[in-house]
Design a protein. Structure first.
Length: 187
C-alpha cells in the first residue's frame, strides 16, 4: 500500500504542478479550477467512467473521445489538451488524484479551505452559508469550499472536517460523548 501511495505521489505531483503552471501562465487558474471541479464531480459520480478510463484494454482514442464528451464543449482547449496528454502517457488511473491535487493548489492560491460536511439530509442554502461562516471563523480563510455528503447514521446535526480538524455537532456524536462520560463516572 505504501508503494502505491509513493508511486501515486510521484505521478500526481508533477502533473498537478504542470497543470497549475499552465493555468498560471495563461491567467486561467480560476477557469481551470471551475472546470476541474466539474470534471472531478463527473468522475467521482461514475465508477464506470473511472474504470473505463483506467482500463489498459481500452484504446487511447476511445478514452479521449469519452473524456471529451464528458467534459463538454465549454472546456478550455488547453485543459482538454492536458487531459489528452494524461491519457497519452497512460496515467488516467491517476486522473482523479491529479485533479484533486490541482484543486488543492488552487485553494492555496486563493486562501480557500475545503470543508467536508456530512449531514443526515441535504443542507439548504442558509445552512450552507452558516457552515461557511463558521469555518471561516475557525480557519481565518478568505473563502470556503464545501464538499457535502449524507450519512443517515448521524441522526441529526452535522460533522465538519477541515484538514485535520473535526467539529462533530451530530446527535450521534453527542450521544457517544454522553456514553463515554457515563462510563468514566461509573468506573
Amino acid at each position: 500500500m505504501r508503494e502505491n501511495t509513493l508511486m501515486s505521489a510521484e505521478v500526481v505531483e508533477p502533473y498537478a504542478e504542470a497543470l497549475m503552471s499552465l493555468a498560471d501562465s495563461q491567467n486561467l487558474v480560476e477557469r481551470f479550477g471551475n472546470e476541474a471541479k466539474e470534471l472531478l464531480s463527473a468522475l467521482k459520480g461514475s465508477q464506470e467512467l473511472q474504470q473505463f478510463l483506467a482500463s489498459p484494454v481500452i484504446k487511447i482514442e476511445d478514452k479521449k473521445a469519452v473524456l471529451k464528451q464528458v467534459a463538454g464543449e465549454g472546456l478550455h482547449h488547453y485543459l482538454l489538451n492536458f487531459l489528452q496528454l494524461v491519457i497519452d502517457k497512460k496515467r488516467t488511473a491517476f486522473l482523479t488524484s491529479i485533479l484533486e491535487q490541482f484543486l488543492a493548489r488552487v485553494r492555496e492560491r486563493t486562501s480557500t479551505v475545503l470543508a467536508q460536511v456530512t449531514s443526515v439530509t441535504e443542507l439548504n442554502q442558509q445552512q450552507r452559508d452558516r457552515v461557511k461562516e463558521q469555518v471561516k471563523a475557525m480557519t481565518n480563510a478568505r473563502d470556503v469550499e464545501l464538499e457535502t455528503s449524507l450519512d443517515p447514521d448521524l441522526i441529526g446535526g452535522v460533522v465538519i472536517k477541515v484538514g485535520s480538524q473535526v467539529l462533530d455537532a451530530s446527535l450521534k456524536g453527542q450521544l457517544r460523548r454522553i456514553g463515554l462520560s457515563l462510563e468514566v463516572t461509573a468506573s
